[in-house]
Design a binder for this molecule. Structure first.
Ligand code: TNX
Length: 519
């Protein structure tokens, strides 16, 4: 393999398309520039004279834990190329080699593309997986097609060295306001994994419905998951424990950790309809399928409340291998402040007792029991005294500012669907902020990462999910992954515009933002 220049090139300085020197009768054709990746890579050093050609003789070389990642790469590249792309434990033919070796940062990787061989190196399979997502974007957009395409499958020569800025890069999907079937969640997981998102937070209960089976409280889903429990009286449904476990596994195969959320002590009307004993007066409230918030509360002085909370937390923890368990805590406007603190003092330790790190919306920061919890900031302010205090006591923060990262906000006045209480969020607004400097009093080191929530009040199906998520999800994914030095709107805008044809070929619906020049 030709030696690759080791110079580190500022990724923003590079053109997106270069013209490869032709090596045969076919005319010079543009290949994708090495730095034209979403989210932006940390370092790219192109070797302009070099391209690697994927052919029907290419093999993928990988062994041990790398073989599963190689298998996924092969499955991703076979449909459009029509090539066999066998995965072999060794081989020196023209190959893409996936190599596990010590010394790379968590989830980081190095990708060397030479004329005869591609070498992808990482310390663990998660880094290799991230590298394969980069590799896919360096092939022409036709690679996204589900059936064989005529194509010259060239990769641009050079070296990429890449690693995430933050450990937590998340998306949230609300299954409570409208239930989304496991197949729709899997489809979203596939798309998230393309942009190196590594957590999917599932909002599983709310005033309208309850979407995860809890064996010790069966009416939660029998009643709260019944038909007609979506906003507007539409839809309904819930995840069985098997559905949930399968989603956890499906996500883990794509290096995504599922974060389950049960929202308490507010947002509990569906639980109280199923179990009136969870109200202070023991009377069942009426089922609600409107979009109001803040009217329901668990009965903080009743023992049954804590039996309920403990049972739910225990059963959720048992089927969740990931470290986090989200207990909501937002918009508890019907829980008096003192009661809210009493509730959190008892419930936050339950999460730890069941082996999980407590995670909640930023209201939980008011509780001295928050300790080392993860706090999800969803406000629009640039400072939050309670979050600052919690951070000083050891909490970490995931940033989901509603006016930047809420994927359910409309793009503009004319957007079909979506809400607008936090304003319109066009792509540039979603992109133009720095997670390390959003909140005064929350230094970069206290930021665990970013998350883009998608609430489902106005959503029905995958088309609706995708239209609001794309392209803004990619902006949030880049803020979570790429180094601060790569943050540059014209560069992001150009890479995003070039990505459009991939979504078209993959059948992913997206908003053709007028801020972007789509290829
Ligand atoms: C606020 S943000 C909520 C949700 C709604 C959402 C709609 C937050 C923690 N709670 O209950 O679904 O707004 O945008």
């Amino acid at each position: 393999m030709r030696l690759i220049r080791l110079a580190v090139v500022s990724v923003t300085a590079l053109p997106l398309v270069t013209v490869a020197a032709s090596s045969g009768p076919s005319p010079a054709r543009p290949v994708i520039a090495l730095s034209s990746v979403l989210p932006a890579v940390a370092e790219a050093a192109p070797d302009p004279g070099v391209t690697f050609r994927l052919t029907r003789r290419t093999v993928i070389v990988a062994s041990g834990p790398a073989a599963a990642v190689a298998g996924r790469l092969a499955s991703a590249l076979r449909p459009a190329t029509g090539f066999p792309l066998p995965v072999r434990a060794e081989g020196d033919e023209a190959a893409i080699a996936l190599i596990l070796e010590p010394g790379h940062p968590p989830e980081g990787y190095r990708l060397d593309i030479g004329a005869d061989r591609v070498e992808l190196r990482a310390t663990g399979p998660a880094g290799l997986f991230a590298g394969t997502q980069t590799l896919r974007q360096l092939l022409p957009p036709e690679i996204e097609a589900a059936t064989p395409q005529r194509g010259r499958w060239s990769l641009p020569g050079g070296r990429i060295v890449d690693r995430p800025r933050y450990a937590y890069r998340g998306a949230m999907l609300d299954l409570a306001r409208h239930f989304h079937e496991p197949a729709e969640v899997r489809r979203y997981i596939d798309q998230l994994s393309r942009f190196k998102v590594n957590h999917l937070h599932l909002h599983l209960s709310d005033d309208q419905g309850w979407r995860i089976r809890i064996d010790s409280w069966p009416r939660l889903t029998e009643v709260g998951g019944a038909p007609g429990t979506g906003v507007g009286g539409e839809g309904g449904g819930f995840l069985t424990k098997d559905d949930y476990r399968q989603l956890v596994r499906y996500a883990a195969d794509r290096f995504i950790t599922i974060v389950p959320e049960i929202d308490m002590p507010g947002h509990v009307n569906a639980a109280q309809v199923a179990y009136p004993s969870l109200t202070c007066d023991g009377k069942a409230p009426r089922p609600r399928t409107d979009m109001r918030v803040g009217y329901s509360s668990l009965c903080v002085s009743a023992d049954i409340t804590y039996r309920f909370a403990e049972d739910v937390i225990r059963e959720l923890a048992e089927m969740t291998p990931g470290p986090y368990l989200h207990i909501g805590g937002d918009e508890a406007m019907s829980t008096p402040h003192g009661s809210y603190l009493t509730f959190q003092k008892r419930v936050l330790p339950m999460v730890r007792a069941h082996g999980k790190i407590p995670y909640g919306w930023h209201e939980i920061a008011q509780s001295p029991a928050a300790g080392d919890a993860v706090i999800q900031f969803w406000g629009r302010e640039r400072s939050s005294p309670s979050v600052t205090t919690a951070v000083a006591a050891g909490a970490r923060v995931v940033l989901s500012p509603a006016n930047r990262s809420y994927l359910d906000m409309k793009y503009d006045m004319l957007t079909p669907g979506g809400l607008d209480w936090a304003g319109y969020i066009e792509v540039r607004t979603a992109y133009s902020w720095d997670p390390g400097r959003l909140l005064s009093g929350v230094p970069e080191e206290a930021v665990l990462g970013v998350e883009a929530p998608l609430w489902s009040e106005t959503l029905r199906d995958s088309d609706d999910i995708e239209f609001l998520a794309f392209p803004r999800l990619v902006a949030i994914a880049e803020l979570g992954w790429s180094p601060r030095s790569a943050h540059d709107w014209p560069f992001f805008r150009a890479r995003l515009g070039a990505y459009g044809p991939r979504w078209v070929r993959a059948g992913v619906r997206f908003h053709r933002s007028p801020q972007i020049r789509w290829s």
